[in-house]
Design a protein around this ligand. Structure first.
Ligand SMILES: Cc1cc2nc3c(=O)[nH]c(=O)nc-3n(C[C@H](O)[C@H](O)[C@H](O)COP(=O)(O)OP(=O)(O)OC[C@H]3O[C@@H](n4cnc5c(N)ncnc54)[C@H](O)[C@@H]3O)c2cc1C
Length: 398
C-alpha cells in the first residue's frame, strides 16, 4: 500500500510528474492515489519531503508454511480431441517434479477446459501426482477473464507453494493477471528454477539486456509464480504405469465477467508464416551471411534436412527475415535436434534462445567466436562457402 503523509506533503507535484502510471493527482488540496498504482516506488524516490512510503504485505514464515505443492497450469491444445496439453506443459512437469521432490510435496497439473474429453493420463505419465480438472462451457476457448477467475479460485482454495505457467501467448496474458489479482510476484521467462536451503523457489532469468542472470526469490509471499518459455527444459520420459489422483474442482463462471469474444482463430502457418518453436532442424543465419540473397543457401540446406531457416536479431534488423524467425531472448526460444548457426557470433541474447538444442553446429570465420563455446561441432570458415557444400553432401547421400 502507498502511504501519503499529508502533513509532510507540500503539494509540489514532483511525484505526480514522475509517476509512470498516472496514479497520482491532486484532489482539492490533497494528494490522491488511484487504482493504477503498481507500488513501483518512483514517487517515494523523488519525494524530497519524505511524505511517501510503501507498506508491503509480508507473510510470516508460519503463514507461508501453509502453502504446499508445485502446480503447473496445464494449457490445452484447443485443436486436439481428446484435449492434450501443449508441449511446454510436459517440460514444466519435468522441472516441477524436481522441485516437488526437493520440497517433499506433490506435483499437480491444473487443467481448465470445456466439456470435451480431456486426456488426463498424460500428466501422471509425466510425473504429476495429481490433476485438478476445472470444467465449464465458458472454458472451452481461452479468455483472460474466465481463466483468471478460475485459476484465482484454485490458488485461493488449494494454496500451492509454486505455480508455473508456460510463457505461451495465453500464459503471458493470463499469469500476470492472476498475479496482480492475488497480489503475488511473478518472474517472467525464467531460464532456471531451483529450490534453495530455505525452501524458496530461486527463479533465474536474464536481466539488463541479457548481460546478467538475475536470481529472484519471493521471501514474503505465496505462491511463488513464474513463467517459462517453451523449449527451455527437456520433456521428461513418459511412464505408462504411474498412478494419478484426479480431482474435479467446482467452477462458478458467469458469461457477464468475460469481456472478450473470440471472433476468428487464425494460425500463423495458414498465413504462410513458419513456426520455428517446434522445428526439429533449424539452419540459422547471422550477419556473417553477408547479404539477404545468401539466405537462400540456408533455406536450401534447411529444406534438405527437413527443417526451417531462422536467424539472429542482427538479420531481422537488416530486414532479411521477419521477427517470427528470430531466435533468442527477444525472439523465440527453440530446442531442435539439430541447430546449425552460420555466421552468428554467439551473443548471450542469442544463445539463451537456442542452448537447449540437442546438437549445435557452428560455422564462423572467427575461431574465437563465442558461439563455439555452445557448439558440439565447430567449423572455422566462410559460411557462404560451407553451407552449399553441406547441401551437396546431403544430396549425394540421398
Ligand atoms: C535486449 C536485447 C535483446 C536481444 N535479443 C536478441 C535475440 O533475441 N536474438 C539475437 O540473435 N540477438 C539479440 N540481441 C542482439 C545480440 O546482442 C547480438 O547483437 C546479435 O545476436 C548479433 O547477431 P549476429 O551474431 O548475427 O551478428 P554479429 O554479432 O555481427 O556477428 C556476426 C558473426 O559472423 C561472423 N562472420 C562474418 N563473416 C562470416 C562468414 N563469411 N562466414 C562465417 N562467419 C562469418 C563474425 O565472425 C561474427 O562472429 C539482443 C540484444 C539486446 C540488447
Amino acid at each position: 500500500m502507498l502511504n501519503i503523509d499529508h502533513e509532510k506533503c507540500t503539494r509540489c507535484k514532483v511525484c505526480i510528474r514522475n509517476c509512470p502510471f498516472g496514479a497520482l493527482s491532486l484532489v482539492g488540496s490533497s494528494l490522491h492515489v488511484n487504482e493504477l498504482c503498481t507500488l513501483c516506488g518512483a514517487c517515494v524516490n523523488v519525494c524530497r519531503f519524505g511524505a511517501m512510503s510503501i507498506e508491503r504485505k509480508k507473510a510470516l514464515p508460519e503463514e507461508l508454511a501453509h502453502y504446499k505443492g508445485v502446480f503447473v497450469w496445464a494449457e490445452q491444445d484447443e485443436e486436439t480431441s481428446p484435449l492434450k496439453p501443449r508441449k511446454v506443459v510436459l517440460e514444466l512437469l519435468g522441472k516441477g517434479r524436481e522441485l516437488a521432490d526437493k520440497l517433499g510435496e506433490d506435483l499437480v497439473a491444473v487443467v481448465l477446459a470445456g466439456p470435451g474429453e480431456v486426456d488426463t493420463e498424460v500428466y501422471g505419465a509425466h510425473g504429476a501426482d495429481r490433476v485438478i480438472v476445472c470444467r465449464h462451457d465458458l472454458l472451452e476457448t481461452y479468455s483472460t477473464d474466465g481463466f483468471t477467475n478460475v485459476m484465482c479460485a484454485v490458488i485461493t482454495s488449494k494454496k500451492p507453494a509454486v505455480v508455473l505457467y508456460g510463457a505461451t501467448p495465453h500464459g503471458r496474458d493470463f499469469a500476470p493477471r492472476v498475479a496482480a489479482r492475488l497480489q503475488l510476484g511473478l518472474t517472467a521467462d525464467c531460464t532456471g528454477l531451483e529450490i534453495n536451503a530455505e525452501r524458496q523457489l530461486v527463479q533465474t532469468r536474464p536481466a539488463f539486456g541479457g548481460n546478467i542472470m538475475a536470481s529472484i526469490i519471493t521471501p514474503y509471499n505465496r505462491p511463488q509464480t513464474a513463467t517459462v518459455r517453451p523449449n527451455v527444459f527437456p520433456v521428461p520420459a513418459g511412464k505408462t504405469d504411474s498412478p494419478l489422483m484426479e480431482e474435479v474442482f467446482p467452477v462458478t463462471l458467469n458469461r457477464a465477467v468475460i469481456r472478450t469474444r473470440v471472433v476468428e482463430k487464425r494460425y500463423l502457418d495458414e498465413d504462410g508464416v513458419v513456426s520455428i518453436e517446434d522445428a526439429r532442424v533449424i539452419v540459422a543465419g547471422g550477419r556473417g551471411c553477408q547479404k539477404a540473397s545468401n539466405l537462400e543457401l540456408l533455406q536450401d540446406l534447411a529444406e534438405k534436412l527437413g527443417g526451417v531457416m531462422a536467424g539472429s536479431r542482427a538479420i531481422v534488423e537488416q530486414g532479411w527475415i521477419p521477427h517470427t524467425l528470430q531466435v533468442g531472448q527477444s525472439g523465440t526460444t527453440v530446442g531442435p535436434e539439430l541447430y546449425i548457426a552460420a555466421g552468428i557470433s554467439g551473443a548471450i541474447q542469442h544463445v539463451v534462445g537456442m542452448s537447449s538444442s540437442k546438437t549445435v553446429i557452428a560455422i564462423n570465420k572467427d575461431p574465437e567466436a563465442a558461439i563455439f563455446k555452445t557448439a558440439d561441432l565447430g567449423v572455422v570458415g566462410d559460411a557462404v562457402e560451407i553451407i552449399p557444400l553441406l547441401s551437396a553432401l546431403i544430396e549425394e547421400k540421398n
